[in-house]
Design a protein around this ligand. Structure first.
Ligand SMILES: Cc1cc2nc3c(=O)[nH]c(=O)nc-3n(C[C@H](O)[C@H](O)[C@H](O)COP(=O)(O)O)c2cc1C
Length: 155
């Protein structure tokens, strides 16, 4: 199986930390059983050159929002905007096969709302969520969800 591709953005480091752990977890699974895919992760930031994506990828995005009622009106994405711009670039959204959201449950209805908004905007499924840096149980849970998704798509 080809490596699972992840494009992610991280402002304060939590998502980067989680994706690094997930990549190591995937490597360990692959060492035990070659059928299980590794992960290739790429960070997107304000400094990234935009490129045309030609192979499927998942997006991992944390939540930074301001204003609105938390759901539909006036909510404004902060800091992570370049991730959405990257997906919207040329045909990049066509290769997006799922979104994993992170956030903090203290934000109630706004928990992981950026990921949910990306799913709607780019017509992709919401694959999973986790809080902050995640815990080890999140690594296996989310890895399994990514694998199930790529298997479903016969990738
Ligand atoms: C200013 C600010 C706004 C935030 N807004 C939300 C929010 O609306 N919903 C949510 O679930 N988490 C929210 N969070 C929590 C972050 O999404 C969470 O800390 C995440 O792990 C940050 O990821 P990063 O360290 O990779 O940037 C907010 C955090 C900050 C500092």
């Amino acid at each position: 199986m080809d490596p699972i591709r992840i494009l992610y953005i991280s402002i304060a480091g939590n998502t980067r930390n989680f994706v690094e752990h997930l990549t190591r977890y995937a490597m360990a699974q692959n060492l035990k059983n070659k059928v299980l895919p590794t992960i290739e992760a790429t960070e997107i930031s304000e400094e990234s050159d935009f490129a045309d994506e030609t192979t499927p990828y998942f997006c991992f995005v944390p939540t930074y929002l301001d204003g609105g009622n938390g759901i539909d009106t006036g909510v404004k994405e902060l800091m992570t905007n370049v991730m959405g711009e990257y997906i919207a670039y040329h045909d990049n959204a066509d290769q997006l096969i799922g979104v994993v959201g992170s956030g903090n449950r203290n934000f109630n209805e706004q928990y992981c709302l950026t990921a949910r908004r990306y799913c709607e905007q780019f017509d992709a499924p919401f694959v999973a969520d986790y809080e902050l840096r995640g815990v080890p149980a999140d690594e296996s849970r989310i890895y399994n969800k990514l694998v199930v998704r790529v298997q479903l798509l016969n990738l």
